[in-house]
Write a protein that binds this ligand. Structure first.
Ligand code: UGA
Length: 440
């Protein structure tokens, strides 16, 4: 099928490449000429394991093109919209500017298609009610709108797109339109549906809510275990053992119970805030008051690390050197949007410390975006002369560090493991003071 994907960020670029991988003829549209130029050469504009191979293979095979010109999507039967919906400046709500712009640019190209009904497929995370209002714009063109939320995780984006654990179609209310739309989208995803991946068919509102409900649940799970970490810190208990023990109950599950410096990124933090803002508009803000607490617990973890480090350094960061391992919001990504690691590093630098930061993927980007940052090429270079080392993003490279050789380069062998990613016994045996999160 001929497909367009509007928006070539983490979501759209991976979706475009994966649709080509499934055998479709795909054009990706983005307003950023630099990004389009890189993608057109088969080069990934961001770090995502496995993505560049899929991208290059399909660009070289002529199955995948990129352009800044909307006119290049003419001829496609299915148009995916995967642009960003960041948090508005000065508020909690989602900024729908990019979604509205994308639809405005797309509308003139919608109409009859020789191969069957034309489809617009919304993938962006939007406040409930958005799809219904966009459908009113799309309907007069004869095309149908489906809301098809995306659940991919950065770091596993290709795998999650090719083998998602479920697919959700939010379909139009009109039964004939719904049938036509479902049939076209089933053809797009035929190879996924053959693998028995569950496909749930809902209305627009449910599909929009599924996405934010899922991210809210994940954020709640992380904040729950971080709240337990606070209790463990007050009592001398060990949150890693607590998480393991409750996780064996499969009603609870072991995943997403890693206590640490909390969640960040371009999704969880802004999605729970946009959800609260939307609930307020709908007059049901009380239903989501708990998310305010989820957000506060998350923020407190960042404060906690800063306080721990300051206390251990004698009450001030002045004239101290702090090594920060990790800048990305999670390992296997170079995404620094709302990164807990970067936030903590900035707070500590703001209190007068010399902060040296390293990250295998995000380091070069950080240096380019903030030339004044002290970015080191690796952990040993970052830790040279450090009074304390903070492990804030649990890259495998950092988990594999040899405490004995790292000890040789620091001023004081003290590590704060903000992700509970290291084995305390090994580090202590090598002569380090080890401080974890919610563990003695
Ligand atoms: C999240 C969701 O997991 C995806 O399902 C969703 O599609 C995506 O948002 C989105 O809305 O686009 P992602 O932002 O890539 O995916 O990252 P996660 O793996 O969810 O991690 C989010 C944050 O939580 C990271 O900072 C991570 O370090 C932190 N985290 C995760 C913890 O602190 N503890 C855990 O146990 C798990």
């Amino acid at each position: 099928m001929r497909i367009s994907v509007i928006g070539c960020g983490y979501l759209g670029a991976v979706h475009a490449a994966c649709m080509a991988e499934l055998g479709h003829d795909v054009v990706g549209i983005d307003v950023d000429p630099a990004k389009v130029a890189l993608l057109s050469q088969g080069r990934a504009p961001f770090h995502e394991p496995g993505f560049e191979e899929v991208l290059r293979r399909n660009v070289e095979a002529g199955q995948l093109r990129f352009s800044t010109d909307f006119a290049d999507l003419a001829g496609a039967q299915v148009h995916f919209v995967g642009v960003g919906t960041p948090q508005v400046q000065g508020g909690y709500a989602a900024d729908l500017t990019y979604v509205r712009d994308a639809f405005r640019s797309l509308l003139p190209f919608l109409g009859e298609h020789p191969d069957g009904p034309m489809l617009v497929v919304g993938k962006s995370t939007v406040p409930v009610g958005t799809a219904a209002s966009l459908a009113a714009q799309v309907r007069p063109t004869g095309a149908h709108l489906v809301w098809n939320p995306e659940f991919l995780r950065e770091g596993f984006a290709v795998q999650d797109t090719i083998t998602p654990d479920r697919i959700v179609y939010g379909l139009p209310a009109d039964p004939a339109a719904a049938d036509a739309a479902r049939e076209v989208l089933d053809t797009v995803y035929a190879r996924l549906l053959e693998q028995d991946i569950p496909r749930l068919v809902t209305d627009y509102a449910t599909a929009e809510l599924v996405k934010v409900a899922a991210n809210s649940f994940l954020a709640t799970k992380i904040s729950f275990i971080n709240a337990m970490a606070e209790l463990c810190e007050a009592t001398g208990a060990d949150v890693t053992q607590l998480a393991e023990a409750i996780g064996y109950d499969d009603r609870i599950g072991r995943k997403f119970l890693r206590a640490g410096i909390g969640f960040g990124g371009g999704c969880l933090p802004k999605d729970i805030r946009a959800f609260m803002a939307r609930a307020g508009e709908l007059g049901v803000d009380q239903a989501l008051t708990f998310l305010r607490e989820v957000d506060s617990i998350n923020d407190r973890r960042r404060d906690h690390i800063v306080n721990l480090a300051r206390e251990g350094l004698g009450g001030t960061f002045e004239n101290k050197t702090v090594a920060v391992l990790g800048a990305a919001f999670k390992p296997d990504s170079d995404d620094m949007r709302n990164s807990p690691a970067l936030d903590i590093a900035a707070r500590i630098a703001g209190e007068g410390a010399t902060v040296v930061i390293t990250d295998p993927a995000a380091g070069p980007r950080l240096q380019a975006e903030r030339p004044s940052a002290n970015v080191a090429p690796d952990a040993h270079a970052a830790a040279a002369g450090a009074d304390v080392v903070l492990l804030l993003t649990e890259w495998q490279q950092f988990k594999n560090l040899d405490p004995a050789t790292l000890k040789d380069v620091v001023t004081t062998p003290w590590i704060i493991d903000g992700r509970n990613a290291l084995d305390p016994a090994t580090w202590r045996a090598a002569g380090w003071t080890y401080t974890g999160i919610g563990r003695p």
